[in-house]
Design a protein around this ligand. Structure first.
Ligand code: PRX
Length: 631
């Protein structure tokens, strides 16, 4: 199933469009099914109703673990690199990982979990996180992983939205020289979560934690009570595999739902092809498993292909900005898949951290999460790849389950800052505001996808209407990505960024409405408006315009109070980079905030604010501009 020439890519692409069912049916043969499908695809984008591999039975963990045991049982599945480089790294072979997953799956059962139950996972980047994820899949429970940077309130909202029965967490996490009290945060969250019956706690940082009788149990104790034999639950291809919450343009994150069969095929196929993974190679994706990139390209994609996946607990700059390069050298990493924000951050330290580092093992480089600017692309290419490693700039989303538009390493000619061409099976289309197709090359428009692919979301948990409204109603019969896109003269795609009210801060998706809601929860704040602005390292920074008439104390302290509030409500990742106190916001007569104007001011470009004649009170704009100059 691996594409090895551009000619083959073109042929496969053609086939995938002309005969998608045959194409994906053949790809799916490379996986292990308990029972075959009777129909490859049924779909309509109106309801939407999408079914891949209907009637088929499988368990994704048999594909990620069991099927490799006979031939590659002793091969490393996961290499764990701890936050502290002084600590030993840990290698889990496929055999060891299989054993631990089965054992922990039995722990889940012992604690009352069964097929279909939702389980929340809030853990550091340790091997047990991958084990917890796979153990859920083993017994057919639906995992909902929450990134370790989210607050208790965010966790509670997510747990309640999907009525999780169990929580898996750890005492704490290390992030560089910081310690994050995960169990404390979970304790706060669980005060408002009546559906949670059990909480399994891994000892990691050895910080004291409270353990509630009847609810909280230790991971290490539990595994002693069970054996490591656990038959995988037979799942229908369309049974739910996981929920992953993501932000949109409304205040409330939604639970994107992925199902077992299609997701597995898509994650595995794209992993093998995009990175041109070769047996025996070491692959390192720097994402967190709390995001979709970690789900698809640390856990499910690589393991389904029998790959060796590096799991790194720490951050790129700890204990020094050489850390990634030390890891590459130490584990002889062949593929490094990271985010533009990390590249830009490391770039800012100059070449010193690279001195003496042996990066010769690197064969393929990858980028994900946000548009990569040309400067960062060239630095990555020259300093890390030494001009010899193709960069795959992979465009995709939580909702797409896997990579959609991307070069295929060693096959597709790359171009700086371009995601290049759609993968086989992906049919992108650019449309104007009214949904009319913008055909031909050298054009820009809103990016939509006009045909289903196996990894696409099926619904948003508990609210199918929301899925329909968000993705399938803007343009008839199309999946709308929310991204703007250029198709150049060569037919190459370049993603230009979101066209909705969603920010991309350090590759993390955050809704402006969510941040505004959080700011507005601060006592005394009357109203706020949040926009993004270009940020050298983060890609986008968060700029908040806040009305706070009777300020408590001085302005600087009040800003900190607001940041604290946002941290409590969402998490530290959503803290505004800039706060400007204003007395009014530019609004139309119908009361709508004109964000276009605020965006311009945040960008520092006030020369041409466009038409302001529809504003209720144009003088407010002058006042904001003056105040912004002093910030
Ligand atoms: O705007 C696009 C941007 O990230 C959004 C998806 O965010 P999320 O669901 O959190 O998933 C991120 C990891 C897959 C997209 O709508 N994005 C992602 N990859 C790229 C990108 N923008 C430009 N180039 C990319 N390679």
């Amino acid at each position: 199933m691996q594409i090895t020439s551009f000619k083959q890519y073109e042929e496969d692409y053609k086939k995938s469009v002309e005969n998608p069912e045959q194409f994906w049916g053949e790809v799916a043969q490379n996986f292990q099914w308990r029972k075959p499908w009777f129909k490859v695809l049924s779909w309509n984008f109106n309801e939407p109703n999408i079914k891949w591999f209907e009637g088929a039975k499988l368990n994704i963990t048999e594909n990620c673990l069991d099927r490799h045991l006979a031939t590659s049982g002793d091969k490393p599945a996961i290499i764990w690199e701890p936050n502290n480089p002084e600590e030993e790294s840990v290698t889990l072979t496929y055999k060891m990982l299989h054993e631990r997953v089965c054992r922990f799956a039995n722990v889940l059962k012992r604690n009352g979990a069964k097929k279909g139950d939702r389980i929340c996972i809030y853990m550091p980047m340790v091997p047990e996180l991958a084990i917890a994820v796979l153990a859920c899949a083993r017994i057919g429970a639906v995992h909902s992983v929450i990134f370790g940077g989210f607050s208790a309130k965010s966790i509670a909202d997510r747990i309640n939205d999907s009525q999780c029965k169990l929580v898996i967490t750890a005492d704490g996490a290390y992030r560089g020289n910081k310690q994050i009290p995960l169990k404390d945060v979970i304790d706060d969250a669980l005060i408002g979560c009546p559906t949670v019956e059990k909480c399994i706690v891994l000892t990691h940082v050895r910080t004291p934690v409270s353990m509630l009788k009847g609810r909280d149990v230790w991971w290490e104790d539990e595994v002693k009570h069970v054996n490591d034999i656990c038959e995988a639950e037979e799942m229908d291809a369309e049974d739910m595999l996981f929920i992953l919450y993501t932000s949109g343009s409304t205040g409330k994150p939604k639970g994107v739902v992925h199902t077992c069969g299609g997701y597995m095929v898509y994650a595995g196929y794209t992993f093998s092809n995009v990175f041109n993974y070769q047996p025996g190679e070491v692959y390192f994706c720097t994402a967190d498993i709390g995001w979709i990139t970690g789900h698809s390209y640390i856990v499910y994609g690589p393991l389904s292909q029998g790959a060796t996946s590096v799991l790194f607990e720490g951050i790129p700059t700890y204990p020094s900005p050489s850390r990634f390069w030390d890891i590459v050298e130490k584990h002889k990493v062949n593929t490094l898949y990271t985010a533009p924000t990390a590249i830009r951050s490391l770039m800012s330290y100059g070449e010193e951290p690279l001195n003496g580092k042996d990066l010769s093992s690197i064969r393929v480089l990858g980028s994900v999460g946000e548009p990569i600017n040309e400067e960062a692309w060239h630095w990555f290419d020259e300093k890390i790849g030494h001009g010899k490693a193709p960069i795959v700039d992979t465009w995709w989303q939580t909702e797409t389950g896997g990579i959609m538009i991307s070069p295929i390493a060693t096959v597709t000619k790359t171009k700086p800052s371009f995601a290049t061409l759609p993968l086989p099976g992906i049919q992108p289309i650019l449309v104007d505001e009214n949904g009319n197709e913008i055909a031909g090359n050298g054009v820009m428009g809103n990016l939509c996808i006009k045909f289903p692919w196996p990894g696409m979301l099926r619904t948003t948990y508990g609210d199918h209407e929301r899925c329909k409204q968000t993705y399938f109603s803007t343009y008839e019969n199309l999946y709308f990505t929310g991204d703007g896109c250029l198709r150049d003269e060569d037919g190459y795609y370049r993603i230009t960024g979101r066209v909705d009210d969603v920010l991309n801060v350090s590759g993390h998706r955050i809704g402006t409405a969510e941040v505004e809601n959080a700011i507005n929860m601060h006592a005394g704040v009357v109203e706020s408006a949040v926009v993004g602005y270009p940020h050298d390292v983060k890609g986008q920074g968060i700029y908040a315009f806040v009305i706070y008439p009777e300020m408590h104390g001085e302005a600087e302290l009040s800003k900190k109070d607001i940041l604290q509030t946002v941290s409590r409500v969402i998490g530290a990742i959503a803290k505004p980079d800039k706060i400007l106190f204003v007395t009014g916001l530019p609004k139309t007569r119908s009361g709508k905030i004109m964000r276009r104007i605020l965006r311009k001011i945040a960008e520092g470009d006030t020369s041409n604010l466009g038409d302001t004649s529809t504003l209720l009170d144009p003088t407010v704009v002058e006042e904001i501009i003056e105040a912004s100059k002093k910030l």
